[in-house]
Design a protein around this ligand. Structure first.
Ligand code: AHM
Ligand code: MG
Length: 339
């Protein structure tokens, strides 16, 4: 039977593949857990709704007044782009009425927000997100994304911040949405990584890949080489080694786009410490942890210096970290020079 508007011949799905939407994937995941309350599924469906709304806004950039900067400076001291603000508000509005969400924390807001104050039932979650990663790409039609991390809420914590300050290894789920030449939703709940593509003609994310695996090798490195002279010596030695061994450089300037390429094609993504950002630029809780969970679930590796990112115990919500992640063997090559 054909679904109106869905051109199966043109899609990656063959005529014989079953069609699975993100929604049905989530529901079948829930059925595997007899004690599930449905809270977790509602959160994922809120994230899927946010992704569709944000994607639609991005697709209309330049047609609607969504480009450029607003007057605000966010908690990171960066000028917010209009779409940063729109994406942040969309996520807050979609997650705001979901019963399972106890706390949300956004890269754009200084403090985590408490959404529900009722007594904890052990099934409530903290949702952390970077609403629009790589937003400096927006004005030039480059790839941008949303990154999210879901943690169990600690109802005994005395402050919202205390509840969310958990090592990445304790994430219940993590994922990202890449608004690129198509909109893709990549997610893991700890049992492999699944990939969905938004079919705009029917308004649904369709599954195109399950249990993704990063190739163990890939002769591509992805970093901002403009900072090379201020990288610690080990990273500079790694780049010398990579360049003399025939590696190519690929850098989109948006972590979501760069990590997505590494996930599908292999290679390594690195954002080392620099003179300007001695602890690294990327945020542990909003960017590094969720990406590290996805990469590890896909058989890759993710390190901050010589420590596994997922084992770093966060001290503050907006903490920065250096990042090396991607194909198993490629991360090892970097660590051999850095360690
Ligand atoms: P953002 O969340 O403010 O957009 O910043 C994070 C982005 C990452 O997506 C990307 O990997 C990195 O910053 C690029 O930084 P640089 O311009 O220093 O290379
Ligand atoms: Mg970001």
């Amino acid at each position: 039977m054909e679904t109106p508007g869905l051109d199966l011949e043109q899609s990656a799905l063959s005529q014989r593949d079953n069609l699975t939407t993100l929604q049905s994937h989530i529901l079948s995941g829930e059925q595997k857990h007899p004690n599930a309350t449905g809270s977790f599924s509602w959160i994922l469906s809120a994230l899927s709704l946010s992704a569709k709304v944000i994607s639609a806004k991005i697709r209309r950039a330049r047609l609607s007044d969504v480009l450029g900067a607003v007057d605000n400076v966010n908690v990171q001291g960066e000028r917010q782009q209009k779409l940063d603000v729109i994406a942040n508000e969309t996520l807050l509005r979609c997650l705001g009425n979901r019963a399972g969400v106890a706390i949300v924390a956004s890269e754009e807001n200084e403090e985590p927000m408490i959404l529900q104050r009722t007594a904890g039932d052990g099934q409530r979650y903290c949702v952390l997100f970077d609403p629009l990663d790589g937003s400096s790409n927006i004005d030039t039609c480059g790839g941008v994304g949303t990154i999210f991390s879901i943690l169990r809420h600690d109802s005994k914590a005395s402050t919202p911040e205390e509840s969310v300050l958990q090592a990445g290894a304790r994430q219940v789920a993590a994922g990202y949405i890449l608004y690129g030449s198509s909109t893709v939703f990549v997610y893991t709940a700890g049992a492999g990584v699944s990939l969905f593509v938004l079919d705009p003609s029917i308004g649904a994310f369709l599954k195109v890949g399950d249990d993704l695996k990063i190739p163990a090798t890939g002769k591509t490195y992805s970093c901002n080489e403009g900072n090379r002279l201020t990288f610690p010596a080990g990273y500079q030695r790694y780049l010398d080694w990579a360049q003399t061994n025939g590696y190519s450089s690929r850098y989109a300037g948006a972590m979501v786009a760069d990590v997505h390429r590494v996930l599908l094609q292999g290679g390594v993504f690195l954002y080392p410490p620099t003179k300007k950002a001695p602890d690294g630029k990327l945020r542990l809780m909003y960017e590094a942890n969720p990406m590290a969970m996805i990469v590890e679930q896909a058989g890759g590796k993710a390190f901050a210096g010589t420590q596994r990112i997922l084992e770093v115990q966060p001290k503050t919500l907006h903490q920065r970290t250096s990042v090396v992640l991607g194909s198993r063997d490629e991360v090892d090559h970097v660590l051999k020079h850095v360690g």
